[in-house]
Design a binder for this molecule. Structure first.
Ligand SMILES: *Cc1c(COP(=O)(O)O)cnc(C)c1O
Length: 416
């Protein structure tokens, strides 16, 4: 079982409450799991829970979701790379990938929900419009747990699961994403709900970190370069943390991979701050207004408040690993998507296309040694195929509310 101490990265001390999301001494820091098992031992199972020892869970959930790692000779040749490896999480049965929600958010949802069940609680609460909502909805449905998911009404039809068994209370808000977050915050005081906590949640991070673990096990060493599209950068932090554990294990090399991250312009606050060597993102790094969400190819990468400067966050990860943050435009992303499709035949999530575009760019610009071991994290893909092949259905809306809904009305909805 994944025994661990919870460490405050900023303060360096052990935090006593193993379930908390923030430092008890007030440090502006992420917490990190320090597993007592320093050697990676794989459990005999097909899902991501084979990395049980390095996941903060006491039990596993039934699932066939696992990151897959493979090579594609043609694609490697096309790019002129001698040692390219691809990590893929999504629905791509030809490669043994069965995450029906279509992205690596499912790797976050699975251990988060297992941990919730371990703690004796059964309902998770979140506000999300996209990949995160789908991952958690699918996971609670599969595990017999419950979720309250608050979404803006414009995206309530888009939440699809393999089977809608009524375990997700989908609340549709007549407003935007910010309004959905406000309603979700109000609901959080109305019961004993688990808040998933984003990057602060070690189960989410260590779940995402299994991509690097699967990569290292398959490649038999850490890569020289890691490529990923980032919005919050949680995946990059996870890749760094997993790499440190693998170095500590001793069998996978002793050098951290360089992190080659990618954002989709005009939305690239981390790329801008990192280029100028700043630990903090300023307002000038963010595009003005709200329209940028419609201007970018990968709207999942538009996070306004990423865990960038916080201790143990993206800035620290980049400082420790070295690397670059690319600014990819829509044209580059869609060209990358076409190239990927021609070799793999499954449609990538737009954020994965942004990552792939940054790899193409890195090679073109001579940023990387083409004989090095390159690990491209294709964070999502194949959703359309999953929806069709698995006959996925939309989660029924449980209640529609206006922004001005009263507490009494909300409570009645929650208790119903
Ligand atoms: C959320 C998401 C990302 C960005 O992940 P972070 O590491 O949290 O920034 C990338 N790709 C896909 C498909 C995602 O859903």
């Amino acid at each position: 079982m994944g025994e661990y101490d919870l460490i405050c990265v900023g303060g360096g001390h052990v935090v006593e409450d193993g379930a908390t999301l923030s430092c008890d001494a007030g440090h502006k820091s992420l917490l990190r799991a320090r597993y007592s098992e320093r050697r990676l031992e794989l459990l005999d199972c097909e899902s991501m829970f084979k990395f049980y020892n390095w996941l903060p869970v006491d039990s596993t959930l039934e699932s066939d979701t696992c990151p897959t790692v493979f090579r594609n000779e043609g694609l490697s040749k096309e790019l002129g790379l001698e040692d390219l490896w691809i990590g893929f999480t999504g629905y791509h049965p030809d490669r043994g990938a069965y995450a029906s929600s279509g992205t690596f958010k499912e790797l976050e949802a699975l251990p988060t929900c297992a941990r919730m069940r371990d703690s004796g609680r059964d309902t998770i609460l979140l506000a999300s419009a996209g990949n995160t909502a789908r991952a958690f909805a699918q996971t609670v449905e599969g595990a017999g747990l419950n979720a309250i998911i608050v979404v803006p009404s414009t995206s309530s039809e888009r939440l699809k699961v393999k089977e809608d068994t009524g375990r997700v209370k989908l609340i549709s808000v007549n407003g935007d994403y910010t309004d959905a977050i406000r309603i979700s915050d109000r609901i959080s005081d109305m019961g004993d709900f688990v808040i998933e906590g984003g990057a602060k949640n070690i189960a989410r991070r260590d779940g995402m970190g299994t991509v690097m673990l699967e990569g290292a096990v398959t490649m038999k060493s850490l890569p020289d370069y890691y490529f990923q599209g980032v919005g919050s950068g949680t995946g990059a932090i996870s890749a760094w943390e997993a790499s440190m554990r693998l170095i500590d294990d001793g069998r996978f090399g002793n050098r951290l991979p360089r992190l080659h991250l990618a954002q989709n312009i005009p939305f690239s606050p981390m790329a801008k701050a990192w280029r100028e060597g700043r630990r903090d993102i300023s307002d000038d790094d963010l595009p003005e207004g709200k329209d940028y969400v419609n201007e970018v190819y990968a709207d999942v990468l538009t996070n306004r408040t990423p865990p960038y400067g916080v201790a143990g966050g993206v800035y620290d990860a980049m400082t420790a690993c070295g690397g670059a943050i690319y600014e990819i435009d829509n044209r580059e992303a869609s060209a990358a998507e076409k190239l990927w499709m021609s070799y793999e035949g499954v449609k990538p999530d737009p954020a994965a296309s942004v990552a792939f575009a940054s790899l193409i760019k890195a090679v073109e610009e001579g940023d990387i040694d083409t004989s090095g071991k390159v690990f491209l994290n294709m964070t999502g893909g194949g959703l359309e195929r999953a929806v069709k092949e698995l006959g996925m259905e939309s989660v029924k809306t449980f209640a529609s509310v206006d922004v001005g809904v009263s507490d009494d009305e909300l409570e009645a909805i929650i208790d119903e």
